[in-house]
Design a protein around this ligand. Sequence first.
Ligand SMILES: [Ca+2]
Ligand SMILES: [Ca+2]
Ligand SMILES: [Ca+2]
Ligand SMILES: [Ca+2]
Length: 350
Amino acid sequence: MKTTKQLLGAVSAVALVAMSSTPALAEGTSAGTTITNNVSVSYNVGGVAQNAQTATDSFTVDQRVNVTVTAITTPVSVSPNQTNRVLAFDVTNLSNSTVDFALTTALAGGDAADISNIRIYRDLDGDRVLDDAELAAGPITFLDEVAADASVAVLVVSDISINAVNGDTFDVNLTAAAHASGTAGTLGGVLSGTAGGNTAGIDTVLFDGSGVADGDNDGRFSAQGRYSVSGALLTVLKSSRVVSDPVNLTNNPKAIPGATVEYCITVANASGAATATDVNLVDDLPDDVTFASAFGIFVNGDATCSANSGTAGGNFTAGAGVGGRDRVSGALSDVAAGQTRSLYFQVTIN
Ligand SMILES: [Ca+2]
Ligand SMILES: [Ca+2]
Ligand SMILES: [Ca+2]
Ligand SMILES: [Ca+2]
């Protein structure tokens, strides 16, 4: 018998735990709930039972406002000149009522000149990616009618300037401020704590903690995401050397008319930078030189354009350049961090 009692006790404890983890109850009794308690007092007079006396008390549960914002993936690597780069956040309503949330962003770190067009979108499918349908739905300024315990996925979306450079960072704060739910489709009034004593109606108590840019019990919460720029750090150098002249040939040649000159264009990428891809060079020749077609154009040469370091490639197009000048162009293979590639060709001096 004793064993059975202990077993029942254990079962009850399990049932209690299961009930307390029910999502609908996570943030406590819903605001506006009327809690009624009846009391009945029975008594005897002269050993005979009398009518019981009863009393009732009812009160209304007040609104406890709480919210958190969480940065999901940070830092996010970006390249200069990228558009619609995403920082993912969750906004969670920890209030015991349905609430609207006004959403705002602020650039907390980084050069404001190199980040723009900071907007907020709903992540409708919760995949942390700005899908075409979400982009088409347009940016938002608030979350409407967020139920108690509900979490809403939000995307902060920005454009990175072409002038951002490797190692730049941009810190963006997302703040959710609690507003009354009001009517669907409309942002209700900002929620503030009810001053003075408890009223019979639904009073408001701000219960939120502090995020990166807000305080305790201010009805708002903020979190920060970071963009980290991974850019190429290219240095382009152009140099020339006289290869031969009609008098000295290759023995101490001088830059006289008729001499052959080799141009060497190098593209160097600094260590720690992102790999530069689709590297294309365009060189419009001065009018005073003539492209040496017999030598041709070489690409992917070394840092000093040493002989045979490159492979034949590129294009020469007479008159295709600015002002009708002759044009030499060529593509280099990807230039990784710490790597230098070159394009070289020869001309004769007119
Ligand atoms: Ca999405
Ligand atoms: Ca609303
Ligand atoms: Ca009240
Ligand atoms: Ca707060």
